[in-house]
Write a protein that binds this ligand. Structure first.
Ligand SMILES: Nc1ncnc2c1ncn2[C@@H]1O[C@H](COP(=O)(O)OP(=O)(O)OP(=O)(O)O)[C@@H](O)[C@H]1O
Ligand SMILES: [Mg+2]
Length: 279
Protein backbone atom coordinates (compact mmCIF):
# COMPACT_ATOMS: atom_id res chain seq x y z
CA UNK A 1 0.00 0.00 0.00
CA UNK A 2 1.26 3.46 -0.87
CA UNK A 3 0.88 5.57 2.25
CA UNK A 4 1.76 8.67 0.31
CA UNK A 5 -1.00 8.32 -2.25
CA UNK A 6 -2.76 11.47 -1.03
CA UNK A 7 0.35 13.25 0.21
CA UNK A 8 1.58 14.77 -2.99
CA UNK A 9 4.19 16.99 -1.43
CA UNK A 10 6.10 14.12 0.19
CA UNK A 11 9.61 14.08 -1.23
CA UNK A 12 10.21 11.26 -3.71
CA UNK A 13 11.48 8.15 -1.96
CA UNK A 14 10.91 9.65 1.50
CA UNK A 15 10.23 7.06 4.13
CA UNK A 16 7.92 8.09 6.94
CA UNK A 17 9.17 8.40 10.50
CA UNK A 18 6.28 6.25 11.69
CA UNK A 19 4.30 3.87 9.55
CA UNK A 20 1.34 1.86 10.78
CA UNK A 21 0.13 -0.76 8.36
CA UNK A 22 -2.92 -3.00 8.65
CA UNK A 23 -3.08 -2.74 12.43
CA UNK A 24 -5.94 -4.57 14.09
CA UNK A 25 -6.67 -4.62 17.81
CA UNK A 26 -9.38 -6.65 19.54
CA UNK A 27 -10.95 -6.90 22.96
CA UNK A 28 -12.12 -10.49 23.08
CA UNK A 29 -14.38 -10.83 20.05
CA UNK A 30 -14.88 -7.09 19.70
CA UNK A 31 -12.82 -5.30 17.06
CA UNK A 32 -11.35 -2.06 18.41
CA UNK A 33 -9.04 -1.18 15.49
CA UNK A 34 -9.82 -2.67 12.11
CA UNK A 35 -6.75 -2.88 9.87
CA UNK A 36 -5.78 0.76 10.14
CA UNK A 37 -2.88 2.33 8.23
CA UNK A 38 -1.35 5.76 8.66
CA UNK A 39 1.99 7.52 8.44
CA UNK A 40 3.83 10.37 10.15
CA UNK A 41 6.71 12.23 8.51
CA UNK A 42 9.52 14.07 10.24
CA UNK A 43 8.71 17.77 10.45
CA UNK A 44 4.98 17.20 9.97
CA UNK A 45 1.88 16.77 12.11
CA UNK A 46 -0.54 13.98 11.38
CA UNK A 47 -3.90 14.81 12.91
CA UNK A 48 -6.25 12.02 13.94
CA UNK A 49 -9.84 13.09 14.21
CA UNK A 50 -13.00 11.11 14.88
CA UNK A 51 -15.89 10.78 17.27
CA UNK A 52 -15.57 9.48 20.81
CA UNK A 53 -14.80 5.76 20.87
CA UNK A 54 -13.53 5.68 17.28
CA UNK A 55 -10.14 4.33 18.39
CA UNK A 56 -7.90 7.41 18.42
CA UNK A 57 -6.38 6.81 21.85
CA UNK A 58 -5.99 3.06 21.30
CA UNK A 59 -4.06 3.88 18.12
CA UNK A 60 -1.64 6.04 20.12
CA UNK A 61 -1.31 3.50 22.92
CA UNK A 62 -0.66 0.71 20.38
CA UNK A 63 2.45 2.51 19.17
CA UNK A 64 4.29 2.10 22.45
CA UNK A 65 2.76 -1.23 23.41
CA UNK A 66 0.70 0.41 26.16
CA UNK A 67 -2.71 -1.03 25.33
CA UNK A 68 -5.00 -1.88 28.27
CA UNK A 69 -4.63 -5.51 29.37
CA UNK A 70 -7.96 -6.55 27.79
CA UNK A 71 -6.82 -5.46 24.33
CA UNK A 72 -4.63 -7.43 21.93
CA UNK A 73 -3.00 -6.60 18.63
CA UNK A 74 -4.10 -9.30 16.22
CA UNK A 75 -2.34 -8.16 13.06
CA UNK A 76 -0.34 -5.38 11.45
CA UNK A 77 2.99 -3.63 11.81
CA UNK A 78 4.12 -0.36 13.43
CA UNK A 79 7.47 0.79 12.09
CA UNK A 80 9.38 3.64 13.70
CA UNK A 81 12.49 4.72 11.80
CA UNK A 82 12.24 1.42 9.95
CA UNK A 83 12.07 -0.80 13.06
CA UNK A 84 8.94 -2.79 13.80
CA UNK A 85 7.82 -1.85 17.30
CA UNK A 86 5.44 -4.83 17.51
CA UNK A 87 8.33 -7.29 17.53
CA UNK A 88 10.74 -5.18 19.59
CA UNK A 89 11.92 -6.47 22.99
CA UNK A 90 10.02 -4.83 25.90
CA UNK A 91 13.26 -3.27 27.21
CA UNK A 92 14.02 -1.61 23.88
CA UNK A 93 10.45 -0.32 23.64
CA UNK A 94 10.76 1.10 27.16
CA UNK A 95 13.94 2.91 26.04
CA UNK A 96 12.01 4.59 23.23
CA UNK A 97 9.16 5.65 25.50
CA UNK A 98 9.66 9.12 26.87
CA UNK A 99 12.81 9.55 24.78
CA UNK A 100 12.69 9.11 20.99
CA UNK A 101 8.92 8.90 21.26
CA UNK A 102 7.40 11.31 23.77
CA UNK A 103 3.82 11.50 24.93
CA UNK A 104 1.67 14.42 25.95
CA UNK A 105 -1.72 13.37 27.26
CA UNK A 106 -4.89 15.13 28.29
CA UNK A 107 -4.22 15.36 32.01
CA UNK A 108 -0.86 16.89 32.93
CA UNK A 109 -1.32 16.12 36.64
CA UNK A 110 -1.39 12.39 35.90
CA UNK A 111 1.96 12.70 34.12
CA UNK A 112 3.67 14.56 36.98
CA UNK A 113 4.93 13.36 40.34
CA UNK A 114 3.04 15.42 42.98
CA UNK A 115 5.86 15.30 45.55
CA UNK A 116 8.76 16.24 43.29
CA UNK A 117 9.86 19.76 42.39
CA UNK A 118 9.49 20.71 38.73
CA UNK A 119 13.22 21.08 37.98
CA UNK A 120 13.95 17.71 39.58
CA UNK A 121 11.28 16.01 37.44
CA UNK A 122 12.62 17.51 34.23
CA UNK A 123 16.19 17.02 35.51
CA UNK A 124 15.63 13.34 36.27
CA UNK A 125 15.06 12.67 32.58
CA UNK A 126 18.16 14.68 31.63
CA UNK A 127 20.29 12.77 34.13
CA UNK A 128 18.97 9.42 32.95
CA UNK A 129 18.99 10.10 29.22
CA UNK A 130 21.91 12.49 28.86
CA UNK A 131 24.02 11.59 31.89
CA UNK A 132 24.03 15.14 33.29
CA UNK A 133 25.01 15.85 36.89
CA UNK A 134 22.30 16.99 39.31
CA UNK A 135 23.30 20.67 39.08
CA UNK A 136 23.77 20.60 35.29
CA UNK A 137 20.40 18.88 34.94
CA UNK A 138 18.70 21.58 37.05
CA UNK A 139 20.24 24.35 34.96
CA UNK A 140 19.25 22.64 31.72
CA UNK A 141 15.75 22.05 33.12
CA UNK A 142 15.32 25.80 33.59
CA UNK A 143 16.41 26.36 29.98
CA UNK A 144 13.78 23.88 28.82
CA UNK A 145 11.15 25.58 30.99
CA UNK A 146 12.10 28.86 29.29
CA UNK A 147 11.79 27.22 25.91
CA UNK A 148 8.20 26.15 26.67
CA UNK A 149 7.43 29.73 27.80
CA UNK A 150 6.79 28.89 31.43
CA UNK A 151 6.58 32.30 33.12
CA UNK A 152 9.24 32.96 35.80
CA UNK A 153 11.03 29.70 35.01
CA UNK A 154 13.66 30.06 37.76
CA UNK A 155 10.99 30.48 40.41
CA UNK A 156 8.53 27.93 39.05
CA UNK A 157 11.29 25.35 38.63
CA UNK A 158 11.46 25.05 42.43
CA UNK A 159 7.71 24.54 42.82
CA UNK A 160 5.55 21.42 43.00
CA UNK A 161 2.95 20.57 40.32
CA UNK A 162 -0.04 21.64 42.46
CA UNK A 163 1.42 25.17 42.64
CA UNK A 164 1.07 25.66 38.88
CA UNK A 165 -1.97 26.29 36.68
CA UNK A 166 -3.24 23.59 34.30
CA UNK A 167 -1.67 25.30 31.30
CA UNK A 168 1.64 25.73 33.13
CA UNK A 169 1.61 22.05 34.11
CA UNK A 170 1.10 21.04 30.50
CA UNK A 171 4.10 23.22 29.56
CA UNK A 172 6.14 21.30 32.12
CA UNK A 173 4.98 18.01 30.59
CA UNK A 174 6.08 19.32 27.19
CA UNK A 175 9.46 20.33 28.67
CA UNK A 176 9.79 16.76 29.99
CA UNK A 177 8.97 15.45 26.53
CA UNK A 178 11.73 17.64 25.05
CA UNK A 179 14.20 16.49 27.72
CA UNK A 180 14.22 13.04 26.13
CA UNK A 181 15.16 14.58 22.74
CA UNK A 182 12.17 13.08 20.93
CA UNK A 183 11.80 12.57 17.23
CA UNK A 184 8.10 11.79 17.49
CA UNK A 185 5.51 13.33 19.81
CA UNK A 186 2.20 11.64 20.52
CA UNK A 187 -0.23 14.29 21.73
CA UNK A 188 -3.62 12.83 22.69
CA UNK A 189 -6.11 15.65 23.30
CA UNK A 190 -3.31 17.67 24.92
CA UNK A 191 -5.49 20.68 25.69
CA UNK A 192 -8.92 19.19 26.32
CA UNK A 193 -8.54 19.46 30.11
CA UNK A 194 -7.30 23.05 29.96
CA UNK A 195 -9.10 26.34 30.19
CA UNK A 196 -10.26 27.47 26.75
CA UNK A 197 -8.17 30.62 27.01
CA UNK A 198 -4.89 28.66 27.13
CA UNK A 199 -5.74 25.83 24.71
CA UNK A 200 -4.55 27.67 21.60
CA UNK A 201 -1.37 28.82 23.36
CA UNK A 202 -0.38 25.27 24.28
CA UNK A 203 -1.18 24.00 20.78
CA UNK A 204 0.81 26.90 19.28
CA UNK A 205 3.73 25.91 21.49
CA UNK A 206 3.59 22.24 20.43
CA UNK A 207 3.39 23.29 16.80
CA UNK A 208 6.34 25.68 17.12
CA UNK A 209 8.56 23.09 18.83
CA UNK A 210 7.56 20.45 16.29
CA UNK A 211 8.51 22.76 13.42
CA UNK A 212 11.71 24.12 14.98
CA UNK A 213 13.07 20.68 15.87
CA UNK A 214 11.76 18.94 12.74
CA UNK A 215 9.79 16.44 14.85
CA UNK A 216 6.98 14.25 13.69
CA UNK A 217 3.77 14.61 15.68
CA UNK A 218 0.50 12.77 16.04
CA UNK A 219 -2.10 15.21 17.25
CA UNK A 220 -5.34 13.62 18.38
CA UNK A 221 -8.45 15.71 18.70
CA UNK A 222 -12.17 15.40 18.16
CA UNK A 223 -12.17 19.06 17.08
CA UNK A 224 -11.88 19.73 13.36
CA UNK A 225 -11.04 23.37 14.00
CA UNK A 226 -7.91 22.23 15.82
CA UNK A 227 -7.06 20.05 12.82
CA UNK A 228 -7.54 22.90 10.38
CA UNK A 229 -4.97 24.96 12.31
CA UNK A 230 -2.39 22.41 13.35
CA UNK A 231 -2.46 19.29 11.12
CA UNK A 232 -0.49 18.86 7.89
CA UNK A 233 -1.85 15.39 7.18
CA UNK A 234 -5.20 14.19 8.38
CA UNK A 235 -6.55 10.77 9.34
CA UNK A 236 -10.29 10.46 9.89
CA UNK A 237 -11.38 7.54 12.08
CA UNK A 238 -14.76 6.02 12.68
CA UNK A 239 -15.67 2.81 14.53
CA UNK A 240 -12.08 1.63 14.63
CA UNK A 241 -11.50 2.22 10.93
CA UNK A 242 -9.58 4.84 9.00
CA UNK A 243 -12.18 6.21 6.62
CA UNK A 244 -10.09 8.93 4.98
CA UNK A 245 -6.49 10.19 4.85
CA UNK A 246 -4.75 12.97 2.97
CA UNK A 247 -3.34 16.45 3.22
CA UNK A 248 -5.37 18.23 5.89
CA UNK A 249 -6.37 21.26 3.78
CA UNK A 250 -7.47 19.00 0.94
CA UNK A 251 -9.46 16.63 3.14
CA UNK A 252 -11.18 19.53 4.86
CA UNK A 253 -11.89 21.44 1.65
CA UNK A 254 -12.93 18.43 -0.35
CA UNK A 255 -13.82 15.46 1.86
CA UNK A 256 -14.38 12.26 -0.08
CA UNK A 257 -16.06 10.19 2.62
CA UNK A 258 -19.63 10.81 3.80
CA UNK A 259 -18.56 10.77 7.42
CA UNK A 260 -15.88 13.44 6.88
CA UNK A 261 -18.40 15.50 4.92
CA UNK A 262 -20.76 15.22 7.86
CA UNK A 263 -18.01 16.34 10.28
CA UNK A 264 -17.02 19.29 8.08
CA UNK A 265 -20.64 20.32 7.54
CA UNK A 266 -21.01 20.62 11.29
CA UNK A 267 -18.17 23.14 11.51
CA UNK A 268 -19.21 25.64 8.85
CA UNK A 269 -16.45 28.15 9.59
CA UNK A 270 -13.75 25.53 8.97
CA UNK A 271 -15.36 24.57 5.71
CA UNK A 272 -15.50 28.12 4.46
CA UNK A 273 -11.94 28.93 5.51
CA UNK A 274 -10.46 25.76 4.03
CA UNK A 275 -12.41 26.24 0.80
CA UNK A 276 -11.06 29.77 0.67
CA UNK A 277 -7.49 28.58 1.19
CA UNK A 278 -7.79 25.86 -1.43
CA UNK A 279 -9.08 28.14 -4.16
N1 LIG B 1 -9.79 -1.42 28.62
C1 LIG B 1 -10.65 -1.56 27.60
N2 LIG B 1 -11.32 -2.71 27.45
C2 LIG B 1 -12.19 -2.88 26.43
N3 LIG B 1 -12.45 -1.94 25.49
C3 LIG B 1 -11.81 -0.78 25.60
C4 LIG B 1 -10.88 -0.52 26.65
N4 LIG B 1 -10.40 0.74 26.48
C5 LIG B 1 -11.02 1.23 25.39
N5 LIG B 1 -11.86 0.33 24.86
C6 LIG B 1 -12.70 0.51 23.68
O1 LIG B 1 -11.89 0.87 22.58
C7 LIG B 1 -12.65 1.70 21.70
C8 LIG B 1 -11.80 2.86 21.26
O2 LIG B 1 -11.51 3.68 22.39
P1 LIG B 1 -10.57 4.95 22.33
O3 LIG B 1 -10.27 5.31 23.74
O4 LIG B 1 -9.44 4.68 21.42
O5 LIG B 1 -11.52 6.04 21.66
P2 LIG B 1 -11.20 7.55 21.32
O6 LIG B 1 -11.39 7.71 19.86
O7 LIG B 1 -9.88 7.92 21.89
O8 LIG B 1 -12.38 8.31 22.08
P3 LIG B 1 -12.38 9.72 22.89
O9 LIG B 1 -12.55 10.79 21.85
O10 LIG B 1 -13.58 9.60 23.77
O11 LIG B 1 -11.10 9.83 23.66
C9 LIG B 1 -13.92 2.11 22.45
O12 LIG B 1 -14.99 1.39 21.91
C10 LIG B 1 -13.65 1.66 23.85
O13 LIG B 1 -14.84 1.24 24.47
MG1 LIG C 1 -9.26 9.21 23.41
Amino acid sequence: MNLWENQKDAPPGASPLLEIEGLSVCAGRQTILDSISLAVSAGRTTGIVGESGSGKSMTALSILGMLPAALRRTQGSIRFEGKDLTTMAPDSLRELRGAAIAMVFQDPLAALDPVMRIDDQVGEILRKRQGLSRSAARARAVELLERVDLPEPQLKARMYPHQLSGGQRQRVVIAMALAGRPRLILADEPTTALDVSVQAKVLDLLRRLQTEDGLGMILISHDLRVMSHYADDLVVMRNGQVVETGLAPQVLANPSHDYTRHLVANVPTVHRRMLGEAS
